[in-house]
Ligand binder design. Structure first.
Ligand code: SF4
Ligand code: SF4
Length: 152
């Protein structure tokens, strides 16, 4: 179910040019009403519930009612990110609260190597993906030509 903004908590990101929720939404759905400095989801039907806006909002003003496949229907789910973990708070319809904390990384922030230490190629015409074939442990990545023969 789509995201919605609690206007009591939203401070409009303190009148920055672009709010955090506007910056992060992959569907460009979040809009700031500049008259009252409150954001809103302009087209809930287009929201794919990715939780990006929920996670980035500095005041925890954005909520999503979770689907019944991961919380009971009607429960509110709020993630709160830190540098090494994420805390999910579930508020059930009867008011009960439960919190679940999970690690989100195995390396200190800013130290992840995008290529994982594997040599990466820069041939955009190659069938190989980034870090292949090294990360596959193969000498080359093979693909089929139009006759169905394998070629490197
Ligand atoms: S990120 Fe949060 S506080 Fe900032 S405008 Fe959006 S809803 Fe409001
Ligand atoms: S949940 Fe995702 S798609 Fe929906 S408004 Fe937030 S950022 Fe956009």
């Amino acid at each position: 179910m789509p995201s919605y903004v609690n206007p009591d908590k939203c401070d409009g990101c303190r009148a920055l040019d672009r709010t955090a929720c506007q910056y992060i939404c992959p569907n460009d759905l979040m809009v700031l009403n500049k008259d009252i400095q409150k954001a809103y989801n302009r087209d809930p039907a287009m929201c794919w519930e990715c939780y990006n806006c929920v996670k980035i909002c500095p005041t925890q003003a954005i909520q999503i009612r979770g689907y019944a496949d991961f919380v009971p229907l009607g429960a509110q789910v709020t993630p709160l990110r830190s540098t090494d973990s994420i805390m999910w708070t579930v508020k059930f319809r009867n008011g009960n609260l439960k919190r679940f904390k999970f690690p989100i990384r195995t390396t200190p922030e800013g130290t992840a190597a995008p290529d994982g230490g594997f040599q990466s190629g820069d041939d955009l015409n190659s069938a190989a993906l980034f870090t292949e074939p090294a990360s596959l442990g193969l000498p080359a990545v093979f693909s089929l030509d139009q006759k169905g023969d394998a070629r490197a």
